[in-house]
Write a protein that binds this ligand. Structure first.
Ligand code: ZN
Length: 136
């Protein structure tokens, strides 16, 4: 697998309205997009730090995996996303052959139109790991 950089860090928050001012007023970043990802039951807010993004994730309902995460572990870093240069499908096949447990067997659409797939934290030393690529 050829990882080019950390594409984004996903951070679970209870409220975008409460979290965004910290990133903007204290850290001096600018929120450049807010997007609802309906099938993941989250509302996202994006910031850029170099070529890496911060993705704030607010649950839109109680069944959201983000709502469950916050309930269990509180707000905080939820996942780390790597940009893979040679394609998410190839990377999935490669790690599956090495015995890694997959959450997504095939790439799907994530926020910002990226192709994404998650690896199971049981196989990734405890960090929920996302692989992503810009579609062709
Ligand atoms: Zn993500």
């Amino acid at each position: 697998m050829n990882i080019s950089h950390i594409e984004h860090l996903g951070i679970a928050v209870k409220s975008l309205d409460e979290a965004i001012p910290y990133y903007e007023n204290i850290l001096g970043m600018k929120c450049y997009a807010v997007e609802e990802v309906a099938d993941q039951k989250v509302k996202t807010a994006f910031f850029k730090v170099g070529q890496t993004k911060i993705e704030l994730l607010e649950p839109t309902c109680e069944e959201s995996t983000i709502a469950k995460f916050i309930e269990k572990r509180g707000e905080g870093i939820h996942h780390m996303a790597f940009a893979v240069a040679d394609g998410v499908a190839n990377a999935l096949a490669e790690v599956e052959a090495k015995g890694v447990r997959l959450i997504d067997k095939a790439p799907r659409k994530g926020a910002e139109g990226l192709n994404i797939a998650f690896l199971h934290p049981k196989s990734t030393a405890g960090v929920l790991t996302e692989l992503c690529e810009k579609p062709e």
